[in-house]
Write a new protein. Structure first.
Length: 255
C-alpha cells in the first residue's frame, strides 16, 4: 500500500508543478483528486500504525510529518481554492513520505516487496525521462534546421511540412518540463530504493553517479533559463542538443 501512496503523491506533485507553469483544469483535477486519495490512504495507514503496540521507528514519524504537511495544504486549498502553495508543499510531502518508505515500518515499508515497487518506479520514470529527452533533441534539431532554412535565400521545398518555429519552441518547453520532472522523481525514488536496499541514499560509483548529476544539472539550468525567459528559441534548442550528449553518456554507463 505504501507504493500506491507514494505513487499518488508523485502524480499530484507533477500536476501541481505543471500548474505553476500553466494553469489548466485537468492539472487541477488530477492534482487535487490524486492528493485527496493519497491523503485518505495515508490517514488509514497512520491510523493502523499508531493503533498497534509495536515500537515506532523514524519511518512512521517521517510519514506523520508528511501527513501534516499535506493536511495543512489541503486546508489552505479548500479555503482559498489556490494551488500555488501546493507547488511547494506537495513535492515536500512526496519527498518526505518517499524517504519514510525506506525505513522499516508496520505496514511493510522497507520490505522486499516495497523495494521492488521503488525499483520499478525508478526504472519507469527513468525511461520516461529518457524518452522525453530523445523527443526534445529531435524537436530541437527540427527547430535549428528550420531556422537555418528560413534564413537562407533558397529554403528547401520540404520546409512547409515542418511545424512552425513557435509550435516547436512551445513543444520543447513542455517536453523539457516533463522530462526534468521525471528525471528528478526517478533520482529521488532511486535514492529511496538504495536506502531501503543498501542502507545508503547514493551510489559511490562515480561512473554511474556523476553522469546523472550532469544530465540533471544541464537540463535544470535550461529549465531555469526558460522560466526566466532569458533563453528561448534558437539558443534553447542548441543547448538542448548539447545537453543530449550527457544523456547518451549516462545511458551508456548504466547499460
Amino acid at each position: 500500500m505504501v507504493a500506491v501512496l507514494v505513487g499518488l503523491y508523485l502524480i499530484s506533485t507533477i500536476a501541481h508543478l505543471y500548474n505553476l507553469l500553466k494553469r489548466h483544469t485537468l492539472a487541477i483535477y488530477v492534482g487535487i483528486s490524486s492528493l485527496v486519495g493519497g491523503f485518505l490512504l495515508h490517514t488509514a495507514m497512520l491510523g493502523v500504525s499508531f493503533s498497534v503496540a509495536e515500537s515506532r521507528g523514524w519511518g512512521v514519524w517521517l510519514s506523520a510529518l508528511s501527513w501534516v504537511i499535506i493536511l495543512l495544504y489541503l486546508g489552505v486549498f479548500f479555503r482559498y481554492r489556490d494551488m500555488s502553495l501546493g507547488g511547494f508543499a506537495v513535492p515536500i510531502g512526496f519527498v518526505v513520505e518517499g524517504y519514510a518508505s525506506s525505513f522499516p515500518g508496520v505496514w511493510g515499508a522497507g520490505s522486499i516487496e516495497v523495494q521492488g515497487y521503488l525499483l520499478v518506479g525508478h526504472a519507469l520514470l527513468a525511461l520516461l525521462s529518457g524518452a522525453s529527452f530523445f523527443l526534445l533533441f529531435g524537436f530541437s534539431l527540427m527547430y535549428v534546421t528550420q531556422s537555418g532554412q528560413l534564413k537562407s535565400k533558397r529554403p528547401s521545398a520540404w520546409l512547409h511540412r515542418l511545424p512552425s518555429l513557435g509550435v516547436l519552441d512551445d513543444l520543447n518547453h513542455k517536453i523539457l518540463y516533463f522530462g526534468f520532472a521525471f528525471l528528478t522523481a526517478s533520482m529521488l525514488i532511486g535514492s529511496m530504493w538504495a536506502k531501503s536496499k543498501h542502507g545508503a541514499y547514493w551510489s559511490l560509483d562515480p561512473m554511474k553517479t556523476w553522469p546523472l548529476v550532469l544530465v540533471w544539472g544541464a537540463y535544470g539550468v535550461l529549465l531555469v533559463c526558460r522560466l526566466t525567459r532569458s533563453w528561448k528559441g534558437h539558443r534553447s534548442a542548441v543547448f538542448s542538443m548539447v545537453s543530449f550528449v550527457a544523456v547518451v553518456f549516462a545511458i551508456a554507463v548504466h547499460l
